[in-house]
Design a binder for this molecule. Structure first.
Ligand code: PGA
Length: 252
């Protein structure tokens, strides 16, 4: 890792969006925040990691991947190792995003193995958890999140580099956001759960909220208990949008 993990983090997940021409959004963002007081991270598609890292070299903005394989190398066509992400210039990797869990059948156990691989390669893993609408309506949210945290984090977790993102599946890309009380309930419970398992060192693990975060709702979300930043999809693609979220986090 280039430097230590930021306690407050505005992380952008570009998902399967962006080509070389989109790098101008990253460099524009870097120009807007030459000396940010919070961590700023962009996770573009794999093909853009190296060129984005090059375009942002000398800036304070970090680059990350959206997935890695659990194994360090080998016959795994189409996959990317954690070490290859580091080699391309990444400092972070998003793991266990609900779209990976849904589209690629990723289980908690697989996410835990990938998280261990990220630690070993020197990447900060951003491990994602979140309930479906059915689970929320059935009153299962806290149980689901506790279960996902238990299964998706290896015992040998490095508390100095681990980041957690709570992303309700029903809030991703939908414009629907939980109430601030619902966000606080989950984030407070995650903090308690992490401290119970890993000890007091878990008090400083950044807990990001994700799911339809916009410049217009970022400030109130960042003022919520145990919310240390955001994992942002759609609103991270344009510097004009993402900058509003970064500014809200700086002011929180
Ligand atoms: P969204 O996505 O901000 O577009 O809702 C968030 C995410 O999936 O990380």
């Amino acid at each position: 890792m280039a430097d230590s993990k930021a306690r407050k983090l505005a992380a952008g997940n570009w998902k399967m969006n962006g080509v070389k021409a989109s790098l101008s959004e990253a460099t524009t963002l870097a120009e807007m925040f030459p000396t940010p007081t919070v961590g700023i991270l962009l996770c573009p598609p794999a093909t853009l990691i190296a060129p984005m890292a090059a375009a942002l070299s000398g800036s304070k903005i970090r680059v990350g991947g959206q997935d890695c394989h659990a194994k360090p190398s080998g016959a795994h066509t189409g996959d990317i190792s954690a070490a290859a992400l580091v080699d391309a210039g990444a400092d972070y990797v998003i793991l266990g995003h609900s779209e990976r869990r849904a589209d690629h059948g990723e289980t908690d156990h697989m996410v835990a193995e990938k998280t261990l691989a990220a630690f070993m390669a020197g990447l900060s893993p951003i491990v994602c958890v979140g309930e479906t609408l059915e689970q929320r309506e059935a009153g299962e949210t806290l149980d689901v999140i506790r279960h996902q945290l238990a299964g998706s984090l290896p015992n040998a977790s490095d508390l100095d580099t681990l980041v957690i993102a709570y992303e309700p599946v029903w809030a991703i890309g939908t414009g629907k956001v939980p109430t601030l009380e619902q966000i606080a309930e989950v984030h407070d419970d995650m903090r308690t759960t992490l401290i119970a398992r890993f000890g007091d060192g878990a008090t400083s693990i950044p807990l990001l909220y994700g799911g339809s975060v916009k410049p217009s709702n970022a400030a109130e979300i960042f003022a919520t208990s145990n919310v240390d930043g955001a994992l942002v999809g759609g609103a991270s693609l344009k510097a004009a949008d993402f900058s509003g979220i970064v500014t809200a986090l700086q002011n929180a």
